[in-house]
Design a protein around this ligand. Structure first.
Ligand SMILES: [Zn+2]
Length: 76
């Protein structure tokens, strides 16, 4: 028998290593995430899984981009 590929496919879909938050958490933490990022901190460590969610959720990414643009312009 060949080695089954299902396991590999599942592993890729479920993303074994990286945690991912849901839209609710993303929405609640997005302000803080952007703040930490603007401040030069490690936003991915501050809110684990948020970046993974942004990568896969166009709606939240759009929200993030506008928040980030707003926060950057306020700070400069
Ligand atoms: Zn989302």
């Amino acid at each position: 028998m060949e080695r089954p590929e299902l396991e590999q496919v599942l592993g890729r879909v479920l993303g074994p290593a990286e945690p991912e938050v849901g839209c609710d958490v993303c929405f609640a933490e997005l302000d803080r995430y952007v703040d930490v990022q603007i401040a030069g901190g490690d936003a991915d460590a501050a809110i684990p899984g948020l970046r993974a969610h942004l990568a896969g959720c166009p709606a939240c990414r759009e929200e993030y981009e506008s928040l980030f643009a707003l926060a950057s312009s306020e700070r400069s």
